[in-house]
Design a protein around this ligand. Structure first.
Ligand code: GLU
Length: 486
């Protein structure tokens, strides 16, 4: 679809928690849309909830977005620094009669709600202070009552918009819960802390946001915000409400589902590339020719809201794991080495000796790559190459089996001195010779060699592992200790 004018979108996270997968997926769609149209992707930190907002969450959100490759344009806007603009807008709404002070106290509001409940009516503010007389206002002030500021929402209002995902939308003013609080309770001559719907509209207008792309849990807010745009005399942006991410049971994915923070996925060993690829698929169907594995740039080239589904998107670990494996398999030895090296270093591996050699590490990466799902597998599976393993029960049984020890001893005797590179051909011919000298099948020797070198009957390619261990003379040491084992 052609988009008139320049595209300016924003992500508006609240720093009341770490970067959630839902927010990150909203960021992905904003980023793709902005980049597709050569537009601008802005970031606004919505930190007006002073009690729950934390600097560390802001840092986590910025780091997470950056890690995912979702870079934003310019400096983030800090919402709390814009409070004067929010107050000015509220004063404007008070002056124009769109807003008023409501002096109802907690006890009165509770009684109102209890009555509604008893009568089986939906809870809503009954607009009781909308048209107070000057005398009533004076009386409340004389009583020392504080006031919230409410924005008038006429029951008869009909709010419509064209949503880029959901098509024609229509809301009735009577479904919005009555006149909405836009500023918290404060002394009657003050404007208390401005609240979400008001500040979002003021900021989106000030930032000249052309398209608001956010989760469908904000649809009712959009209806309220459209009324605020009109009352403040601003042109409203275009809206796109993206489907929710669902868990296996089809419910909205929440903290109770365990891993939901981007930093959790990161520490579990998912690559940013796979995660961002996966999030793009959560609600967007790429053109068939693209397959499911692509970069952000490739997705941006074709991104379009026409391909965003209305139905919720079920989170699928198998697909994420598959994509992560695809990314790791396709990295190439050097790029994989660069990602694994810090994890190995954290274990104290590869700091000195032959295993510190970049070429040795690249060969190890080639060996590991085909069986990796998570980056962390490249630590687990590399363990017997960096450290001498304790043979497991199956390996011990193999080494104790008929012909095993003589075969290993024969191989040891044939092993060239020193740590020169052992070629694949050399390795194969040594195996053939040793097996024939010991009078066992080559298969028996191979199994025993695996048990001796890697301490297990499962694991990476045997000859490639052997060649790596040969470079440090580890093959000799491990064969010696298994051939002399009691
Ligand atoms: N701070 C809001 C949130 O995190 C922003 C919603 C919006 O994009 O307007 O849900």
């Amino acid at each position: 679809m052609a988009v008139a004018g320049s595209v300016r979108v924003r992500l508006a996270p609240s720093p009341t928690g770490t970067l959630h997968i839902g927010t990150a997926r909203t960021a992905v769609f904003n980023w793709l849309f902005a980049r597709h149209h050569g537009g601008t992707f802005l970031l606004r930190i919505e930190d007006t909830d002073r009690e729950r907002s934390k600097e560390e969450y802001t840092a986590n959100i910025l780091e997470g977005l950056h890690w995912l490759g979702l870079d934003w344009d310019g400096d983030p806007v800090i919402q709390s620094e814009r409070i004067e603009a929010h107050r000015v807008a509220i004063a404007q709404l008070l002056a124009s009669g769109h807003a008023y002070r409501c002096y109802a106290n907690e006890a009165e509001l509770t009684a109102m709600r209890e009555l509604q409940q008893a009568e089986n009516r939906a809870p809503r503010y009954d607009n009781r202070h909308r048209d107070l007389s000057p005398e009533q206002v004076r009386a409340y002030i004389a009583e020392g009552r504080e006031a919230v500021i409410r924005f008038r929402i006429d029951d008869g209002a009909v709010i419509t918009w064209h949503d880029l995902v959901r098509g024609e939308m229509r809301w009735s003013g009577s479904d919005l819960g009555g006149d909405m609080v836009i500023a918290r309770r404060a002394a009657a001559d003050q404007i208390g802390d401005p609240l979400y719907n008001l500040v979002v509209v003021v900021d989106d207008a000030a930032m000249a946001i052309s398209h608001v792309i956010r989760g469908e849990d904000h649809i009712a807010n959009t209806a309220k915000q459209l009324l605020l745009y009109a009352a403040l005399g601003h042109t409203a942006p275009v809206f796109a409400h993206t489907p929710l991410i669902l868990n296996q049971e089809g419910k909205k994915l929440s903290k109770r589902d365990g891993v939901t923070s981007i930093s959790d996925f990161q520490s579990m060993g998912y690559s940013a590339e796979a995660l961002v690829n996966y999030m793009t698929l959560l609600g967007w169907s790429p053109p068939e020719s693209m397959g499911e594995r692509f970069s952000l740039e490739q997705a941006a080239a074709v991104f379009d809201f026409a391909r965003v589904n209305r139905a919720g998107a079920r989170f699928d670990w198998d697909k994420l794991n598959w994509l992560n494996g695809q990314v790791l398999h396709g990295l190439g030895a050097e790029a994989l080495r660069q990602q694994l090296q810090p994890l190995w270093a954290a274990k104290g591996w590869g700091a000195q000796g032959p295993s510190a050699d970049a070429e040795w590490q690249r060969q190890l990466c080639e060996l590991l790559a085909p069986s990796l799902t998570l980056l962390a597998d490249g630590v687990e599976q590399a363990t017997p190459l960096f450290t001498r393993p304790d043979p497991d029960a199956a390996a011990l049984a193999q080494l104790a089996s008929d012909g095993a020890r003589p075969a290993v001893a024969a191989l040891l005797a044939l092993l060239p001195e020193g740590c020169e590179e052992l070629s694949v051909e050399q390795a194969q011919s040594l195996l053939a010779q040793a097996a024939s000298q010991a009078g066992v099948k080559k298969g028996v020797l191979m199994k025993s060699l695996r048990a001796a070198l890697l301490g297990s009957l499962q694991g990476p390619d045997l000859v490639a592992s052997w060649r790596l261990l040969h470079r440090s003379g580890e093959d000799r040491l491990r064969l010696q200790s298994s051939s002399t084992m009691p």
